[in-house]
Ligand binder design. Sequence first.
Ligand code: FAD
Ligand code: FES
Ligand code: FES
Length: 1343
Amino acid sequence: MAQQGAAAAPELVFFVNGRKIIEKNADPEQMLLAYLRKRLCLTGTKYGCGGGGCGACTVMISTYEPASKKIRHYSANACLLPICSLYGAAVTTVEGIGSTKTRIHPVQERLAKCHGSQCGFCTPGMVMSIYTLLRNHPEPTSEQMIAALAGNLCRCTGYRPILDACKTFCKESICCQRKANGKCCLDQEDNLFDNEEKVSTSLFSADEFQPLDPTQELIFPPELMRMAENQPKRTLVFRGERITWISPVSLDELLDLKATYPKAPLVVGNTSVGPDMKFRRVFHPVLIAPARIPDLNVLKYTNDGLTLGAACSLSLVKDILTNAIAKFPEEKTRVFCAVLQQLRTLGGEQIRNVASFGGNIVSRKSTSDLNPVLAASNCMLNLASKGQRRQIAVSDIFADGVGNNTITPEEILVSIHIPYSRKGEYVSAFRQAPRRENALPITNAGMRVLFEEGTDVIKDLSIFYGGAVSTTVCAKQTCWTLTGRHWNEQMLDEACRLVLKEIVLPGSAGDENVDYKKTLMVSFFYRFFLEVSQSLKTMDPCHYPGIPVEYGSVLQDFKTRMPQSIQIYQDVDPSQSPQDPVGRPVMHQSGIKHATGEAVYIDDLPSVDGELFLAPVTSSRAHAKIVSIDTSEALKGAGVFDVITAHDVPAANEFHFSDDPEIIFAKNEVICVGQIVCAVVADSDVHAKQAAAKVKIEYEMLEPVILTIEEAIKHNSFFEPKRKLEQGNVDEAFETVDNIIEGEICIGGQKHFYMETQSMLVVPKGEDKEMDLYVSAQHPAVIQEMVAASLGVPANRIMCHVKRVGGAFGGKIVRTGLLASVAAVAANKTSRAVRLILSREDDMVILGGRHPFMAKYKVGFMNDGRITAVDAIYYINGGCTPDESVLVAEVSLLKMDNAYKIPNLRCCAYACKTNLPSNVAFRGFGFPQSGLVTETWITDVADKTGLSPEKIREINMYKKSEQTHFKQTLDPQNLIRCWNECMEKSAYHSRRTAINEFNKQNYWKKRGIAIVPMKFPFGLGTPYLSQAAALVHIYTDGSVLLTHGGIEMGQGLHTKMIQVASRELNIPMSRIHFCETSTTTVPNACASVGSAGTDVNGMAVKDACQTLLKRLQPIIEKNPTGTWNDWIREAFKQSVSLSATGYFRGYNEYMDWEKGEGQPFTYFIFGAACSEVEINCLTGDHKNLRTDIVMDVGCSINPAVDIGQIEGAFVQGVGLYTMEELKYSSEGVLYTRGPDQYKIPAVCDIPEQFSVSLLSPSQNPYAIYASKGIGEAGFFLGCSVFFALRDAVTAVRNERELKKTFALNSPLTAEQIRANCADAFTGMMANNEASSSLGHICVNGKP
Ligand SMILES: Cc1cc2nc3c(=O)[nH]c(=O)nc-3n(C[C@H](O)[C@H](O)[C@H](O)COP(=O)(O)OP(=O)(O)OC[C@H]3O[C@@H](n4cnc5c(N)ncnc54)[C@H](O)[C@@H]3O)c2cc1C
Ligand code: FES
Ligand code: FES
């Protein structure tokens, strides 16, 4: 065997944060992330997905190349990086660049001080992406900066504050240049804010920032340089429990190895092999790592092109092509440009830095962005096997139509040759993905044409597609047929028809996704046609007319630019004490710790002696009887301790919060895919997961299987009670209206996608059945209650602790209680500590999310736009157990009026019982869906009356103090102010004119704009749900320890509570500390939900502080010039208690559903948002150009936190309404199980101009310091993007004289946009509305 002769390297040597690591037992299965976290206890680097899709695990890798004497620094995802690949490398983690114990790094400081962290879970990854960029480019351009963050997801902030921090490092001006004259809108000279109030636009002070000093950075370890220069390279072999890793140093050795192990994959970046092994259970006993072989890293310019080694990273290829394009004449670099075009958006930077050029080609994934363009451009592959070398065209490997051709198992790819383009040759590449960046394509293409010299006669044509079928495919027949033809409309028409005939897509005709892919295929060709036609014109304007000017803009792809943003809020009164922090943009209490990685989340807690890891075993059937559970194989697994089932639950396995139970372990029957049937506990998470996969469950299918709302209606499957609200006389009103419209809208579900997955550590204390529960949860009291009930012990034995939560959004309440019960039952049975950290995949499969929604409506209105009658039915998909579904349905009814007074209104809401995982609370709680329905019928009325949607909104908006449809009085003054201010700040009317003009001048690109008002009622419906308590201790050194029942999950609650205590006690914030929320300090606390955290806990904290101050008052009066410490010492001497509880009884809210009236809310939050978008009609792609939000938050306690909440919620709303799409199989199995398939907004999705203004002055008599709870309200405003997209689609349809009425569902994806921009291309699909109206494709005139 090849490696037998080679000296095996017994030790793996690398550095982490300047410290030498010698690993004697390097396991090829071990990824760097687990090694850092578990082995080195460096827990700053986080787990978010494990598949390279979220960036939470970003670290910097540095390597030294002795030949060039260059050090390369690059960012990488630690979750996909095998430690064996790190021989001789230096790893830098977030802990390595700065800490509160030594010195924090400027990146960490600025990210924290610019309010770039909320829950803080994504922050270390963000820090490392920015840090790595700065190591390579100390003064980056904003383009480089935004590209560096494409692979990092944040679910909380909406990215704006992160980018604000980034801008402080960029060399360009950070001015917004928003004014017509290019001046900054912050320039107060022109009095942009002609407002009496003193407003501020600055949330941080850049003067405080330390300068970036590159000389202070950790140097590359000299020992590694010496090692690289002096030690001869030798083969490295690492043997693990199951896998052997061999890293040869010469090509010959590699070929020998390949001959011996033909089935062993070559691993370079591990971005293809890694996910296959992790998620698809592919197993390889031998892995060969060829990255160090010089032949695989060549860069060679030849007479006819450029040869690049197969192991070159995609980033390196990108740099090389960029340089080549700058160096050579344009005519020679068209292939380079097309390849580069794909590389810009392929993965994120972390992926491109490690993924190899050869790996992308050879893995032959249908989603490869490179293969179609490389195949179309006649790129060549240099292959080698033992004793043999040969060259083949990239296109050859796809010649058999299934991508299996030609490369033999013994063969390896040495290098790739990319040719120069020739005179008269044009090459292009296209892609459309669910998100513009860091997303695999839905369909892509590479196209090339070569003309007979000096003519437009096709000499050679090449068309390849990716994403369409299981591999890259060539439209060979089409290309042959068209050879010899002129480049004109007839050729185009025929090309499209031939392509559609030749490339047969799996799936039935009429399947939307198939139609979309086909439409993209011909639309891409059309775009190629336009590009080439334009190039021909440039070459010979006399003979070739080019394309109409209004077609030109479609040749430009949307680009991600550094957004410009502004935040406007009311300054504090100048007379306010400088020490009083209320009303000031104070940094998040944990901001710096988030940025240094010191903030501790559940899985960062050090391991407890004898601790076990738990892996759940879940149902693979939606509705079935459990016939048997065979755990015998699992129990034999390495490190396995036990398998836990329902029989091990000492007391309650079910909880009856309503009629149907919530279940810990399925017992006889499963009711959804993902339901927990049993769980394996083992000595490591790897062993637990391996064994969990071996548990065999036999099922017998049960009928019916109900997955959708339609199926639930058919089977009359609902949770009780059903709810109805009615006001006025709806039936009579319909008799008298001018017009009636009826419609229907479906709104898809949404996953919470909190960055910290469900996590808990349960520690039995060994006496009196006491147990400590460390859990990432929003409602510790319910967790305590459920765990106690499942174990059959009193609640006083269960201590539940929550320090912070890495995002929750409503998803960590009852479901977390069930998971905690699973872990507690296991801990109880084994008498060991049990850690349960769900993988992203399990989290998405086991947990539900936002309720999918279907609404049917009938609306009666007058010709002048007055809506007088609405009759609606709402159905929500509750999933398999009730959770809070009925409550969500109720809230959707109560909030259905949004901002409008509808005199006659009737609506019923049904919560459907189905066989999906139980759907639960999610930010906005039913309002995001019912509000969208309302705004949809408003828009329908606008379409019908011919009036603009904003006119219909204004006509029907609440105007004076009036009663809502459940008879609660509402004063809409601030609603109207928000609306008017938003109209003005967004310059709505002038921009509407400009958009109309743009749309006239652009045929394939259209813009749209929409302004949406919002009334968001605040309240929890019942007084006891908003009670709160606090506990404040003052120690004799004057320091204060504060706690209350609220949970910090990113919303800045603890920061605000410290602000409150600081004001009340009149001491600086620095003297007050918050340690954790715990059921031991504040019992029976209500859940932190419904935007109420600050309101209710603030009252309790204030109460406790006032009690203490009252006790201190006599001492202060006696010694008014004394200090705080003097008073406290004196109080202690006088035996004055320095500890107090505070309490808030809750709001007086109620709702009588029998009568349909009540006072379920305490006050209203108002807002308005105006968004502008641009769509590409050929692909359905869009760009968010600008959003202006005006929000009434009362008197903000912390404008930085409140604005952060508004922006973060808005961007999450944009996700719901435009991109987050859940896909299930017909058997109820979730396909979208991670960030690779489920797309939440990334940095490329936020508006290019983003402004948030807090309405001032605004007072709220009902909440602490006249503030308003703001956590949820901003979410709904994301629908302004939905309606702006609708407006753009309307412009397309009006121009094309298509049917005026059309229905759009949420999320409004590129697929839906494309389908509604019907044209000749969609017309080529069966059953399309355009097929009869548009017969041919026209270039030199509109069809
Ligand atoms: C989060 C994420 C996002 C991504 N986004 C995109 C995207 O948008 N577009 C896109 O096109 N791709 C995307 N990819 C795929 C990525 O580009 C490929 O996985 C990568 O290029 C493969 O290279 P690698 O070095 O990591 O391969 P590895 O995983 O190391 O190996 C891949 C395969 O190629 C074979 N192989 C590698 N080198 C050779 C060689 N020299 N000779 C013979 N066989 C070889 C191996 O045997 C193995 O089977 C994404 C991947 C991830 C994880
Ligand atoms: S955890 Fe590594 S990218 Fe998500
Ligand atoms: S702060 Fe980014 S995920 Fe929470």
